[in-house]
Design a binder for this molecule. Sequence first.
Ligand SMILES: [Zn+2]
Length: 430
Amino acid sequence: MRTVIRNGHIVTQNPSRQIVKGDILVEDGRIAGIGEVRGSADREIDATGDIVIPGLVNTHSHVSMSILKGQIDDLPFDRFLDRGFDIDARRTEGDILAGARQGCMEMLLSGTTTFVDLYYAQDVIARAVEETGIRGILGWAVLDAQYTTQSGTPLDNAKRFHRSHSGRSRVIPALGLQGVYVCSTETFLGAKEYALDNDLLLTFHLSETRKEVVDCKNKEGKRPADYLAGIDFLNDHCLAAHSAWLTMAEIRQLARTGAKVSTCPVSNMKLATGGVAPLPEMFQNGVTVSIGTDGSTTNNCLDMFREMRVLSLLQKSNRWDPTVLPAQQLLDLVTIEGARAIRMEDRIGSIEVGKQADLVIMDGRSANLRPLRPENMISNLVYSACGADVKTVLCDGEVVVEDHRMTTVDQEKVLADGEAAARSSSDDAV
Ligand SMILES: [Zn+2]
C-alpha cells in the first residue's frame, strides 16, 4: 500500500528541526520518502497549503474517564477525590469501554496518535484502542491489595494483561503504579522487576500534591522521589506523571537514574495543587520531559495543543521570564521528547524515513493559523493552533481521521454511547 501526502509544509522534527515543502511517501505503515515523490500511489492526499506534523504523544491519561467530564469540577481536593473514587467504584465494563472509545476518538481528532494510560481494566480499553486505530501504551494500575477494588492481586492482573496483549501493533502493555500513597516498597519493586524483565514502561503518579510529599516524609522519612531512589526503584523505564513538588536533589535523582517526566499543567492548575513543575531545572539536569493531559475529570479536555500553550504560559508567568520554554521546545515535548519519554524515539515522534507513519495534517486555511510562513509556523502551532485545526490523521500509515471525521468507527454512535454511559454513571443515576 502506497500513500502519498502531496505538497504540504512538513514540520519534520528531525534532529535539525527542518521544515520542508513537499511530499511524504508512506509504504506499509512507514515513512518511505520525504521531498519530491514521483510516480503514482494507491492513495493521494492533497496537503497544499497545509502543515504536516508528527502525531502528538500524550504521556499521561486515564482515557476511559472521558465520559465523566463536567461531573466533579470546582471542588476542594479531598471532596474531588471522594467523588472520583465513588464514581469509579460504580463503573461497569460497558461504560469504561464507551469512555475509552470516546477518549481515543477525541485524541485522534485533535492530533494525538500515541497515549499513555494508567487505569485498571486495560483489557477493555485495549478494545477501544484497536477499534479507533490509535496507539495506546496501557499501564495496568498496580497498588496494594487493601486499597483496590480489583478482584485478585493488581500486579498479577497487570502481568496477565501483558501476557494476553503482547505482540500487538497498536496496544502496548505497560505497568502503572498509582503512587506512593497506596503502593508499598514491595509493590514498587515487584512491578519494577517484572517491567525490566519484559522491557515494559513503568508509569506512576509522583509528587502531585504537597500532602503526598508530607505524608511520604512522615511514613518513609523521605520525599517521594528520594524514597523511590532510595529503594532502587527509579530506572530508565520509569515515566513519572506530575512531578510538581520536587527538590533539586530529587531532580538529580531522576537525571541519574534516567527516569522521565510527564508534566500535567492543566490538571495541576485545575485542582489548585499549587506546585509548578520545575521544568527549567529538569532541562538543565538532562531529564526527559513530556506532557500529559491527565484524565477528563481534572482537565477536562484531551487536546495537546491547548496543553502546550497552557504549559508555556504557566512556566513563563511563574518564572517572570518569557524566554522559558520557547515554541520549538514545546513542540519537541509533544513529539520527539514524548516519544523519548516512552522509549520509542527510534520509531515515532518525528517525520523521518524509516519511522512509523504517524502524521497529522493541520488545515492551513484555519484563520487562527494565518498568516502562515516557515518563520512563524512553529509559533503558530504552539500559541494559536487548537485540536479543531486537525484535518487528517494517519497512525501507522492508516488514515484514521479524514477531513475531521473518524474513518475507523461510527463517530455518531461513539458519541451516543458515551452520552448513555455518562447518564448511567452519574450521581443522579444512583
Ligand atoms: Zn493521573
